[in-house]
Design a protein around this ligand. Sequence first.
Ligand code: FMN
Length: 339
Amino acid sequence: MSADSETISNAVRWACAAPSVHNVQPWAWRLRRGELELRVDRLRSIPVEDPAGRQLIISCGAALHHLRVTLEHNLIEPIVATFPDRGQPDLLAVITFRGRARAMSADAGLFASLERRRSDRRPFDAPPAGSLVGLARHASVFGASAISLSPQFGDMLARAATLAAEEHQSDPAYWNELESWIRSAPTADGVPRSALPDALSIHESASARAFPSGQLRIGHGVRDDAALILLSTVSDTPIDWLNVGQAMSSLLLHATASHLATCPLTHLTEVESSREIVRDVASRSGETLQNPQVMIRVGLEREPSDAVIDAAGSETRIEEHRPGGTGRRPLEEVLTVSS
Ligand SMILES: Cc1cc2nc3c(=O)[nH]c(=O)nc-3n(C[C@H](O)[C@H](O)[C@H](O)COP(=O)(O)O)c2cc1C
């Protein structure tokens, strides 16, 4: 298939299925004379939680990787120049296109996962032994490192979660900003309450960000056996953030293809005191890179009828509730096509 403007526009539509922090979708695309530009849209920033814009650029990296997957699926090779102009730091990538006879990258097979992937905040069963090693390998393609955090450091991570929660809870500006992205009805952006645990289920898992109460019924004290994968980078610059976003997308889509449920987490890496503990846990787990960026919960989705043993040792049943899908901004709002 040739890289005509309709094909590229359609690929951008799929790129925008990418996850983004609080579903802010901070991307602006421009297609001009066969070149596609990706910019970070600072008007959609969350300055209290993410003053440096790290999570905005990670989100754009995820969209860039989603674009690669779609193009590869259409037998188009993307040639990506990242940060091509020092004078325009918000211009993250310029992409040109070349047709190819057959798919070259393993990512081409991920296309079906773009639609199926979603952030799942319910407790999971543990992923099958060995499944995480394969997933971690995908991160290195984009210069990030992924390691699985050993459950033996659970107490340290719980301490990190407490520190992050204390800092967030004492900051009304953080809560106002977070609440401004929570949606009670389906909308084009933000996190719908249907994707968030209800009031009774909140704080069930120490590894989850506390959100305002949602509609996802999980139950009391249900054990979470999710694995935690941490993505880290060599340095802490916008290039690292864009790369780690691509690595995160690759890992999430490969997990989806393997029927694993996932959720990205950044509440422990956006607060310096908890990030320091995460860095320590990572290095005790064998990580050599010093900049923790994103954690990903990974596990097996439980069947609604599954009985699970809660923390107190009694049997409960998983409620038949799935997280609601999140909206996306219309293509016309995020893509400009000019001649
Ligand atoms: C950089 C980044 C950070 C995120 N941080 C969190 C988080 O801390 N907690 C959480 O539950 N979800 C987090 N998410 C998931 C987003 O809320 C989710 O991607 C968005 O609402 C869109 O929903 P979807 O992933 O189901 O498409 C994060 C996603 C990204 C890309």
